[in-house]
Design a binder for this molecule. Sequence first.
Ligand code: DGL
Length: 270
Amino acid sequence: MPNKKIYHYKSPIGIFDSGVGGLTVANAVVHLLPQEEIIYFGDTAHLPYGDKSPETIQRYSEKITQFLIQKGCKLIVIACNSASATAYDFLQEKYKQIKIINVIDPLIEEVIQHSFNEVGVIATKATVASKIYEKKITEKNKNTKIISLATPLLVPMIEEDFFENRISHAIIKHYINRDVFNDIEAMLLCCTHYPLIRKEIEKLFHRKIQVFDNSDVVAHQIKKYLEENNLLNPKKEKEHQFYVSDYTQSFEKATRLFYGELISLKEKLL
Ligand code: DGL
């Protein structure tokens, strides 16, 4: 494939995740850039990515990247921390002809502006094992101490619609109320499912703490890239498209939680 390709501003933005969690990013994108068309792919047949090996996540992510390239996308957004941590470098190196944006770098750019002394990170097992947040933050601010914790119960809990209730409160408390987090000044929610429990997490800290998630910072990064490359679409002409690799009614129902409205999903096996 050629290294450089000229893209048309009317082309869609491709966004993918292991499932429906990445719709929090898609939602932030359509709010900030309402004139853009998006093609979303949720790899529900292979969910969760957070418990899988880097090689497997790379293999799944590559198939989706090829699909989004075939669909004529002008930009691809990895709306999943687990895939951003394990597959982004591999994909951008292999598919040089298209710009790929991950959810990690925009969040790090935002966080390093604050020069925090101690920062907490909660994420899936795959993201925590990659140590990517530690590496990238300390590269820029070597004095910042990062305390990471894998919180694998949170994704299934949110997908089952458990939040703002006694059960979600107990699970979140189990993870957050730990001595290691006593001195953090910021908590990074490094999974695209977690914006849904952001308020609950904020409430659990009995002191002022800054909580960050990926959604808005990624949407702003996309806007910046499109502006700088004259790729902003002045007028949306086509409808958004939402694909999943395994259709179930429960995934469709969950779109309301993550996207704010019910989406009709199309099944596409890769
Ligand atoms: N949305 C994914 C992330 O940001 C987590 C879900 C999964 O484990 O597949 O890491």
